[in-house]
Design a protein around this ligand. Structure first.
Ligand SMILES: [Zn+2]
Length: 560
């Protein structure tokens, strides 16, 4: 095994070989203080680290020795099982308990790699399913900690069936709206990776933990090619959109506590500040539209992450589309906005630093960004959480990668998904609302625009180049496109305007954030008591009206 207790109370780190004093090793949760290597934990150690002290309640029947095939290799399987039991003191490769994490109740199923490599046999499948059913009965989240080499060969094809069985158990929790979280530890391979480990709503991975279906040795032997450094590690998986976050062991309890505490608020709620949303554009009358365009693009204008830092408590950013990558131009996660648990999704331009703006692709999403947003919206629907979107993008992505990645379909999918979403959606155009890239986050029950925001089918420069044949005509195009908040309000495309500090949001981020918070809270408090049918009917009617009776489409605020 990786770590071994030395004759005295010393432990040798499997990462760097350093000797760490035993008590310190315990204090650092078996993470090397020198190199950060995360040592393997037994299931009882993991439960002790994860759950609040004294809260673990053992659940799940002790499985009988199960040898369905009467399997024998160099030794009978039954003998190997008994040996594993004696060596580990565990009845099987997974240990289940109910308890709390940071005071939040959950059911935990924790795998132990020492027990026949954490292999997925019939008893493991039964115990995972039992944990999921307990979680379902008690309506508390399920936390899975995985460590496995894959299926248990000695149980033949019945072992394979455990993948389907546990996937079914996860589906039942999806249908019931119960949160599932998996914590991927090193190593997680084969049947476990291709079932419950990756079916969780949120997938966290410990630094350096490897996960995949086929192991690296199998891949190298099959292809004859050397795999790149870091292949299948947590960091690789994060970059490729497969996990939500890489969380060092010491951070797992706080992150879990945040996630497990997400609960839908149900109405009725106190009405928000009615004056927080302007329903008339008197202050903006006569404003030069080009002025709005310039302010909407101001590099010091607050970004989505600026607002998140100021307004969202316990924000947990979630990454990845679970397909290929994590788009840095769209930020998404869970948290509490003015006390209300929400899923927040927004374009992120990156702020004043040019390097960061480049890294964020100036807020122009890849298809994976829209897919990440869609994944988080489905999570919101499952958990009954409202969605708040902050829109700030020059437009869809003009690069070839976005096209090969299926940009058009990714945008289209979001439009359809949002039309059906059973939870409230509040969208705010905090800066530029450019074309389909903006609309992909804006099919909402309430659409607001900041006083210096814009919303347009194309950039004024693009429009000027095509129709005026002269990019210099951009200010004229901006006027003709009617992209300015006052015009958007009169067209009924937005329901209201979020006021900004007198000199613009870029001059006073704190004041801008307060104004945004008041407006979003007012909209959320109005919508949260609505049932899903009313939300969807109203949302569909809203978008159906556009173009048929322009000017009358804005929300009817007089209705309770
Ligand atoms: Zn080390």
């Amino acid at each position: 095994m990786a770590e071994r207790t030395e004759p005295a109370d010393w432990v040798r780190c499997a990462g760097c070989g350093a000797l760490v004093y035993g008590k310190r090793w315990t204090r650092t949760l078996h993470v090397c203080p020198d190199c950060g290597h995360h040592g393997r934990l037994t299931a009882p150690e993991r439960l002790e680290q994860l759950l609040d002290p004294g809260t673990a309640e053992s659940i799940g029947p002790v499985p009988a020795l199960h040898d369905p095939l009467g399997f024998v290799d160099s030794r009978p399987y039954a003998e190997r099982l008994e040996r594993a039991r004696a060596d580990t003191g565990l009845p099987e490769a997974v240990l289940c308990a109910a308890g709390t994490v940071e005071g939040q109740p959950c059911v935990a199923a924790v795998m132990d790699f020492r027990f026949l490599g954490g292999s997925l046999g019939c008893a493991v499948g039964a115990l995972i399913t039992h944990a999921a059913r307990t979680s379902l009965e008690r309506r508390v989240p399920l936390v899975l900690v995985t460590a496995s080499g894959g299926a248990r060969m000695q149980e033949g094809v019945l072992s394979l069936m455990q993948m389907a069985k546990t996937a079914q158990a996860m589906a039942e929790l999806d249908e019931a709206g119960v949160l599932t979280v998996s914590i991927v530890t090193d190593p997680t391979y084969g049947g476990v990776a291709a079932s419950f480990a990756t079916l969780a709503d949120v997938i966290l991975a410990e630094p350096g933990a490897r996960m995949g279906f086929a192991g690296p040795r199998v891949i190298e032997q099959t292809t004859g090619e050397k795999l790149p450094e870091g292949f299948q590690t947590a960091e690789f998986l994060l970059a490729h959109g497969m996990v939500d976050d890489v969380v060092p062991r010491v951070g797992l309890r706080p992150v879990l506590g945040r996630l497990l505490g997400l609960r839908a608020v149900t109405g009725p709620l106190p009405p928000g500040d009615g004056a927080a949303i302007l329903r008339a554009a008197d202050d903006l009358v006569g404003r030069d539209p080009w002025h709005s365009v310039r302010l909407a693009r101001h590099p010091e204008r607050p970004t989505t992450l600026d607002y998140v830092r100021r307004l969202v408590d316990d924000f947990q950013e979630l990454h990845g589309d679970r397909l290929a990558e994590d788009c840095p131009a769209i930020v998404a996660g869970t948290g509490r906005l003015a006390g209300t648990p929400v899923v927040l999704i927004g374009h992120h331009k990156g702020g004043p630093d040019l390097g960061e703006r480049r890294r964020r692709n100036f807020g122009m999403a890849q298809p994976s960004g829209y897919r990440k947003a869609a994944r988080l919206m489905r999570l919101a629907a499952k958990l009954g959480l409202p969605v708040v979107t902050l829109i700030d993008t020059p437009g869809a992505n003009p690069g070839p990668e976005a096209e090969t990645g299926g940009q058009a379909a990714a945008i289209a999918e979001n439009l359809r998904l949002m039309a059906r979403l059973p939870v409230p959606i509040v969208a705010v155009l905090i800066g530029e609302g450019g074309s389909g890239g903006a609309l992909a986050l804006a099919v909402a029950d309430r659409v607001l625009v900041c006083a210096n925001g814009t919303y347009s089918v194309i950039s004024p420069e693009g429009c000027a180049a095509i129709l005026w044949k002269d990019p210099q005509a951009a200010p004229a195009a901006a006027a003709s496109l009617r992209l300015h908040p006052g015009d958007l309000l009169s067209l009924g495309v937005v329901d209201g305007i979020v006021p900004e500090p007198p000199a613009g949001a870029h001059q006073d981020h704190a004041a801008a954030a307060d104004l945004l918070e008041a407006a979003v809270t007012a909209a959320l408090h109005e919508l949260i008591p609505w049932d899903p049918d009313r939300l969807r009917a109203d949302r569909r009617a809203r978008f159906h009206r556009y173009g048929t009776d322009t000017g009358a489409a804005a929300a009817d605020w007089s209705q309770p």
